[in-house]
Ligand binder design. Sequence first.
Ligand code: GAP
Length: 457
Amino acid sequence: MAENTPSRVDMEKIVSLCRRRGIIFPSSEIYGGLSSCWDYGPLGVEIKRNVKEAWWRAMVQERDDVIGVDASILMHPRVWEASGHLEGFSDPLVECKGCHQRWRSDELEGDRCPSCGGELTEPRQFNMMFKTFMGPVEDDASVVYLRPETAQGMFVNFENVLNTTRKRLPFGIAQIGKAFRNEITTGNFIFRSREFELMEMEYFVKPGTDEEWFEYWLEERQNWYINLGIKKEHLRLREHEKEELSHYSRRTVDINYLYPMGWAELEGVANRGDFDLSQHASFSGKEITYFDEGTSEHIVPYVVEPAVGVDRIVLAFLCEAYDEEPDKDDIRVVLRFHPDLAPVKVAVLPLSRREPLVEMAKDIYAGLRKCWSVAYDDAQSVGRRYRRQDETGTPLCVTVDFQSLEDNQVTIRERDSMNQIRVPVSELQNALAAKLAGEDLFVLPPGGQVWLEAEKG
Ligand code: GAP
């Protein structure tokens, strides 16, 4: 929940930039949109993919103790009985007796309707799972649910994964996938929607070591954000009070981010104990245990779970990256994305649309596209083209000018500093790779030079 804190960046500006530059659109817009549903456009889909790839790299690829799964969204309805979601996954709902708007009572300040000031009903529990029917008959026997979390796909596959990978404790199972919650109140752009994408990792540990691993993952996850460019002072931890813990949780700490509307939950780290595995064992009648060779005992592991919504991360990185600075009589808008998150890594800009300049620029473009997501832009002045790339966070621009035809060199221009260097085309790919990996622009490749030409507005 958001707490009142002065905001840093205007949400309106983020929403408008996303709309204008093809990052995020309202869903089904030509029909007037669908409340709290969003579509990622050509640049948005790249940002989202980059977030998921960065998470997967850190949580699975670079570790030898975590493996991934991709479970189905529709699961046996008994899963949700066992997990406690059918009974417990609800929020307290109140309705205004005047305008009939519905609100989450735990998020209201005061006891009147925030919209019209009307009197509110007593709270009742509202289950947030989306129901649908499987097969051609719409009766009680065919009811299934769209998953409200991906975690259960990992718990029900615990034995499958254990038997096929022979992992020893502690180990984790990770998953990225869509989740659906019929939220009572939505809003703040993509912060809270009814369809969103989750990235969750269930880390199975020996009981008694859970607190230690909890602290470990809390630290790891904060560092992940900081390494990708979130300022430390824009993150803060919030320990859940006993009364607000989810039905499965022994302990939960939220990693909150300073969004435009104030501090709000970005990610949650929970200690789920043995709740889920024990419940599935009891509901399915199957033994779900781990054989501890040290003690020759079958044990039920405890679970530490870092869980986060991709869309909340995208919003946090957009807010963090957004910057405005004076630019002659205008304002330069820059998304200062970490290169790993930038939707386009390099833009190739021929100084003119004339041949043979275009041919050279297109050749360079075709070569670089094999390595990264690269844009080609030849419309309007080069200054305008730089601004367009700045606004969507492209870290580097490669400019091909008339001199390039003679000396086979091109300039590399850096988004944040607007500094430029000139490098031989033969060194271009390596130089770009080094800069995208964090090398200082002025570390020059063989034959390279600092380029002092002022940026044209
Ligand atoms: N398996 C644990 C779990 O689902 P949660 O705190 O309910 O825990 C995890 O959700 C994360 O999912 C949250 O920290 C948040 O990042 C994201 N999230 C939850 N509800 C969301 C919604 N309606 N829209 C977007 N993201 C949401």
